[in-house]
Design a binder for this molecule. Structure first.
Ligand code: URA
Length: 208
């Protein structure tokens, strides 16, 4: 599936603020949350709805409501935690799973060190939250872990993506929906996204 790259002036403005090395941590966190709200609106467009009867103060009418079980948000530790508050703001009843992955030094393969998913994944829409889609190795493993646990409808929500990461995911998981705020140029030899914004986790949590 093609990746959807958000096309909105607010998105461009906020991505530039995130990229700026002079943006202090407190502002970085806030702007990431604001971008998360826009991402959350866009990447939930496919959620199914059903008719619902509503009584306004004036008359009965028909509205629509989300169907099925609450969706699941899965932040990939640790930078994914920065996108969780805005997604929960718009999807307050969503269930939250967590996934921690580290990269094995020798094989460079991402290995899960923490995994906690809610039940009934096969019946829910799952949103993986990971601001940086770099090589795609971690994201691909996150999707694999969720599929093994039963998930069938998965969307990845990222702020920046490298073309290499998008291509990897399209190959490994052609059924995955991908939403990004901006598609960057390339990876450097340390797998950082260029032009990028640096280490999202470090900037978010002040561990620079
Ligand atoms: N993770 C980050 O935080 N930044 C990158 O550029 C790549 C991966």
């Amino acid at each position: 599936m093609d990746a959807t790259v958000l096309d909105h002036p607010l998105c461009d403005h906020k991505v530039s603020l995130l990229r700026d090395r002079k943006t202090p941590g407190i502002l970085f966190r806030r702007v990431l949350e604001e971008l998360g709200l826009i991402l959350a609106v866009e990447c939930t467009r496919h959620l199914p709805t059903e008719p619902v009867a509503v009584e306004t103060p004036l008359e009965r009418t028909q509205g629509r409501r989300l169907t099925a079980l609450d969706p699941v948000l899965v932040p990939v530790l640790r930078a994914g935690l920065g996108l969780l508050p805005p997604f929960l703001q718009l999807l307050p009843t969503a269930k939250v799973g967590h996934l921690g992955l580290y990269r094995d030094h020798d094989s460079l393969v991402p290995v899960p060190y923490y995994r906690n998913f809610p039940p009934l994944l096969d019946q829910r829409h799952v949103f993986i939250l990971d601001p940086m889609l770099a090589t795609g190795g971690s994201a691909s493993e996150a999707v694999r872990q969720l599929k093994v646990a039963g998930a069938q409808r998965i969307t990845l929500c990222s702020v920046l993506a490298a073309p290499e990461g998008v291509a990897r995911l399209q190959q490994d998981h052609p059924d995955l929906r991908i939403f990004v705020a901006a598609l960057d140029r390339e990876l450097n030899d340390k797998a950082y996204i260029l032009p990028g914004l640096g280490d999202a986790g470090d900037r978010l949590f002040g561990t620079l």
